[in-house]
Design a protein around this ligand. Structure first.
Ligand SMILES: Cc1cc2nc3c(=O)[nH]c(=O)nc-3n(C[C@H](O)[C@H](O)[C@H](O)COP(=O)(O)OP(=O)(O)OC[C@H]3O[C@@H](n4cnc5c(N)ncnc54)[C@H](O)[C@@H]3O)c2cc1C
Length: 307
């Protein structure tokens, strides 16, 4: 089928867990769907993905490959390896331009475009990201239980994180990478119930072997050995198209959707990491699948005038 001469019921921008999950719901609903994907999921560097039943410990790419294989069995779904670069039009009549120069028409749009983590400019951080520098204890905390673990944060959020992590390991150090702004009351309260070291020294590098942390090196030349480090790097939306379309965002930078996965722009939906700080494969699959069903209902409502 020529993609440019077709008006798809739905174009899904982003073909990772959220996008593929939506494609499955829509494909099974016999909707004519195109998934456009640029192949850059946020967890690409993680060797093993955890905490998603049936797939615990699988490589992230293997989970996505199996999902894609299953979705592509539905003849109404097509997949395009490309990047969506712009969208024009309005509900029931969108046009999506891609970096390969295609123009694709769609009645509805789903953004399952995820977010992009911005690596801090500390040597070794990016190489360890997703391997031993981790963002989420539910995803990777079990693998580092009882091991010397750091938290790269400052302010009271570092104590919030320490409270979360200390059931996995009591060998905890908070690295504030400069003067601590943790409030004394929070730190003292934590120390009455558990233990944590606070290190204010500035970090020069994370020394690692193949992404596995060995030690932190400070600017004063001292070092501290460590097996794992929790960090919350800044992020941006992986696609700026929703912003250009006029979609609303939370203060933290997530797309605002209602409980039907709808953005404030009619006909435009969002699912997965781009709408929530609760990042998990299971969550992306859940919101993607739900978005697929809701979009199908919207297409039915359009046809039968049920608005
Ligand atoms: C380092 C790391 C480790 C993680 N480990 C785990 C774990 O162990 N267990 C777990 O449950 N969760 C884990 N997560 C969270 C999980 O990876 C995410 O919640 C999940 O990937 C979100 O799925 P998504 O489909 O919303 O976005 P992503 O998987 O990030 O995919 C977004 C997709 O959209 C595409 N895209 C973006 N813009 C465009 C565009 N303009 N045109 C075309 N395509 C576009 C990208 O190329 C990408 O393929 C981890 C996250 C990170 C960062």
């Amino acid at each position: 089928m020529n993609k440019e001469n077709t008006t798809f019921d739905v174009v899904i921008i982003g073909g990772s867990y959220a996008g593929l999950s939506a494609a499955m719901a829509l494909g099974r609903a016999l909707r004519n769907v195109l998934v456009i994907d640029s192949g850059k999921p946020c967890n690409a560097q993680t060797p093993h993905s955890h905490n998603f039943i049936t797939q615990d410990g699988e490589a992230p790419a293997a989970i996505a490959a199996k999902a894609k294989e299953q979705v592509m069995q539905y003849p109404t779904v097509q997949f395009l390896n490309d990047t969506a670069v712009a969208v024009t039009g309005e509900n029931s009549n969108f046009s999506v331009s891609t970096s390969a120069g295609l123009t694709i028409h769609a009645k509805k749009l789903l953004f399952a475009t995820g977010v992009k983590d911005i690596m801090p400019a500390i040597e070794g951080f990016a190489a360890c990201w997703g391997i031993s520098v981790i963002h989420c204890p539910y995803c990777h905390g079990y693998e580092y239980k009882s091991q010397p673990t750091g938290i790269l944060m400052n302010g009271d959020m570092a104590i919030d994180m320490a409270e979360l992590i200390e059931n996995w390991t009591s060998q905890l150090t908070i690295f504030t990478n400069g003067k601590s702004i943790i409030s004394n009351s929070r730190l003292e309260q934590f120390l009455t119930l558990s233990q944590v070291q606070v290190v204010e020294k500035e970090i020069r590098s994370f020394q690692h072997i193949g992404g596995q942390l060995q030690y932190i090196e400070f600017t004063d030349g001292s070092i501290q050995t460590l097996d794992a480090l929790y960090a919350r790097p800044a992020f941006i939306q992986q696609s700026n198209i929703p912003e250009l379309l006029g979609c609303r965002f939370t203060e933290a930078g997530y797309l605002v959707v209602n409980d039907m996965q709808q953005t404030n722009i009619p006909g435009v939906y969002a699912a997965g990491d781009n709408i929530t700080m609760r990042r998990a494969v299971s969550g992306a699959v859940a919101t993607g699948g739900f978005a697929g069903a809701i979009i199908n209902h919207e297409l039915i409502a359009d046809k039968f005038g049920r608005h």
